[in-house]
Design a protein around this ligand. Structure first.
Ligand SMILES: NC(=O)c1ccc[n+]([C@@H]2O[C@H](COP(=O)([O-])OP(=O)(O)OC[C@H]3O[C@@H](n4cnc5c(N)ncnc54)[C@H](O)[C@@H]3O)[C@@H](O)[C@H]2O)c1
Length: 317
């Protein structure tokens, strides 16, 4: 599969590294509004000053939209309206009406549409899925969970440089939390119970904090879970706690660590980090899944629709 990149910023750097580690995918073209970004490309990738021309001329099978979140809708729509396939960095867009318009445009043209949910491919998430599937630990039924995605993007009353390109704590990290959970519980069973957003009108972001409370069904039992996203804690802290009848599983998404707390036993700590940066590991998962979906003529639009509905429902609650 050949792809082209739109937006050569911080995340594109990790995406380009992951592409070199993933068999079956190659970056051939790229575009950015900032022409200086051409210098960040490897020699094998052709830079295009004009998006329209790249969409017309490129031999890429799909176009990866890695521009700031608030521009995802406009850029992805231009890709789709050019009858080309879009892969969009999460979140796909920032409102339900934008999502409906993108899905309609893609479906009308019978084009697949992919969302790159990188946090879903955390090594700690994969690890717990493997342990469960192999029945390596007997913790009984899941009772509930909480997920926190915090970044230090609001300090001393101001947004930090890390917030550049992001729409807001909930808009960006709510999508991250929901996508990680979608690999641990059944997303179709999730229903929003409450959404609480902290908006500071003088700041150029959707929210500095956001929380969603959901119920879901697991092994026939109704469980409750919370996703908390926060830019005001002043730290990079990303965890999921899964509370089972017989103990607690703590997945540290920032450190790629898993800790198992079992009743009456010493804690077990599993370090799942590799020699590659965490985000490169995530995008290796994204691209490996993407190439296999593309080969089968599939996409992840249905999952993306479910997760974004849950995301936007919390914003409008
Ligand atoms: N930085 C991270 O840690 C991170 C992690 C995961 C996901 N993301 C997501 O990736 C996306 C990009 O974030 P980033 O941190 O790389 O931002 P960034 O600001 O570092 O880079 C964005 C790039 O897009 C270019 N650009 C802006 N508008 C454009 C347009 N209309 N057409 C073409 N190019 C355009 C900019 O010139 C810039 O080079 C966001 O949606 C963000 O939520 C970022």
């Amino acid at each position: 599969m050949q792809i082209a990149l739109i937006g050569i910023g911080k995340i594109a750097n990790y995406q380009m590294q992951a592409i070199t580690h993933t068999p079956g995918i190659k970056l051939v073209d790229a575009h950015d509004l900032d022409l200086n970004k051409a210098e960040e490309l490897p020699g094998s990738v052709q830079f295009h000053e004009n998006l329209e021309k790249m969409l017309q001329k490129s031999k890429a099978d799909a176009f990866l939209v890695s521009t700031p979140t608030n521009s995802h809708f406009e850029v992805a729509m231009r890709v789709i309206e050019s009858d080309r396939i879009a892969i969009v960095e999460k979140p796909l867009c920032t409102s339900q009406s934008e999502m409906d318009a993108l899905l309609t445009a893609a479906r009308t043209r019978k084009l697949p549409l992919y969302t790159a949910f990188h946090p879903a491919y955390g090594r700690e998430v994969d690890w717990w899925r493997e342990q469960r599937n192999s029945h390596n630990f007997d913790l009984g039924k899941l009772l509930g969970l909480n997920t926190c995605f915090a970044d230090p993007y609001y300090i001393d009353g101001k947004l930090t440089l890390g917030a550049v390109g992001k729409a807001g704590a909930w808009t960006d990290s709510g999508a991250s939390g929901l996508s990680a959970l979608s690999r641990l519980i059944e997303p179709d069973s999730m229903k929003l119970l409450d959404g609480r957003m902290t908006v500071i009108p003088s700041l150029d972001c959707d929210q500095v904090q956001g929380l969603g409370i959901y119920k879901f069904v697991e092994q026939g039992m109704t469980c409750y879970g919370m996703i908390d996203t926060n830019w005001t804690l002043g730290k990079n802290y990303k965890t999921t706690h899964l509370r089972y009848e017989g103990g607690l599983v703590e997945l540290d998404h920032a450190k790629e660590l898993a800790t198992l707390h079992q009743e009456g036993q010493d804690n077990l700590v599993f370090n799942l980090a590799t020699d590659k940066p965490r985000l490169v590991n995530h995008y290796c998962g994204v691209f490996s899944d993407l190439t296999s979906m593309y080969a089968k003529g599939e996409d992840n639009t249905e999952l993306s629709e479910v997760l974004h509905r849950l995301l936007f429902a919390a914003m409008s609650h």
